[in-house]
Write a protein that binds this ligand. Structure first.
Ligand code: FEH
Ligand code: ZN
Ligand code: ZN
Length: 345
């Protein structure tokens, strides 16, 4: 079968021919229909030897949807042909977190040598992917795979970040979404679908603000020197109740703490490498709370898929054949992907 492989640290991903896996015990073989590209794939590809606990070679791809192709002898539940999305964080499977579908926060993640599909284990940028257990599969019914695949990471990560802030997103509140890309545009849609908050979209690109508007943002503001003043003015001077920062660089973190209302919440999702100094006395808003949400839980993925199947979520994608993966990695690195890049496998 064809697969996009990370063959060694420091090498670009390559399309290769590998053995199609055979499911054993409780494993499930999935015929991949669509696999999304994520900035984290770039972090993996660009990682220095030893920076990540993974051991190449392995197949990339942690944002996957397809249908069940075969079941191991001990696998029960899905039937061959059932269409599914992959819950991508794979933990130890036995700790309290994994037992409750929170593999993203597995108690043993530090010692596993992997973080999930395409993250140290063979992933879904391939014609087939072997899944350790049915617990990692979520039925998608007739939802298009090129919509379902990005929802397993871009959608789930945004949904999980919002879930952690929900208490701050009641009537009359304002939520700022910084970075209207593959995750941010879905966060805008999820906020509009599941909270009464007014949504303020921020980005450096006009076309991203246009995507934010199409996704339901009430206001779109370019990130400039006066953005904090503009946004505070739009909230009557009080500031926003919550910020979701999908960029996470110095400029966006500075903006976040400048616009946050006292008692406000910041969810830092983007891995832009920005830093905040947390000290008392200091300059952060009183009552400031920071979260660093990571991916999401399996029950939340079921909720995201249900939202999408109800017609509430629309993922902006650009589709490419699996064979184009190496070129699309280059476009993603150059910031020339609009919405989420999805490989048709
Ligand atoms: C995956 C693995 C490691 C870091 C970040 C990620 C995210 O893309 C998951 O949403
Ligand atoms: Zn990802
Ligand atoms: Zn675990």
């Amino acid at each position: 079968m064809k697969a996009v492989r990370l063959t060694a640290w420091g090498r670009e991903p390559t399309l290769a021919e590998v053995e199609r896996p055979v499911p054993r015990e409780a494993e499930v073989l999935v015929r991949v229909e669509a696999s999304g590209l994520c900035h984290s794939d770039l972090h993996v590809v660009d990682a220095a030897p030893g920076a990540l606990p993974y051991r190449p070679p392995f197949t990339l791809g942690h944002e996957v949807a397809g249908h069940v192709a075969a079941l191991g002898p001990d696998a029960t539940g899905p039937t061959v042909g059932e269409r599914v999305a992959l819950y991508g964080p794979w933990g130890c499977g036995v700790c309290a977190r994994c037992a409750s579908g929170q593999d993203n926060y597995c108690d043993r993640r530090g010692g596993l040598g992997w973080h999930g599909a395409g993250l140290g284990r063979d992933g879904g940028m391939a014609e087939y992917v072997l899944v350790p257990s049915v617990r990692h599969l979520v039925p998608i019914g007739d939802l298009a795979a090129r919509q379902a695949a990005p929802l397993t990471d871009a959608g789930l990560t945004s949904y999980h970040a919002i879930a952690g802030l929900r208490h701050a997103l009641g009537e009359g509140t304002n939520a700022a979404v910084i970075g209207i890309g593959g995750l941010g545009h879905l966060a805008v849609q999820i906020l509009r679908a599941t909270t009464p908050s007014r949504v303020l979209a921020v980005d450096i690109r006009e076309e991203a603000l246009a995507l934010g508007h199409r996704s339901g943002a009430h206001v779109g503001t370019l990130l400039r020197a006066d953005t904090a003043r503009t946004l505070k003015a739009r909230t009557g001077g009080a500031g926003v109740d919550a910020v979701l920062d999908f960029v996470g660089n110095r400029a966006t973190l500075e903006l976040a703490v400048d616009i946050l209302r006292p008692g406000g919440e910041l969810a830092l999702v983007g891995s832009g490498g920005g830093q905040l100094t947390v000290r008392k006395p200091g300059f952060l808003p009183p009552g400031f709370r920071l979260s660093l949400p990571f991916w999401g839980t399996r029950p939340e993925l079921t909720e995201v898929i249900a939202l999408a199947r109800s017609g509430t979520l629309d993922v902006a994608t650009e589709e490419h054949p699996l064979s184009a993966a190496p070129e699309i990695f280059g476009r993603l690195r150059a910031g020339r992907v609009h919405g989420r890049a999805v490989l048709d496998c």
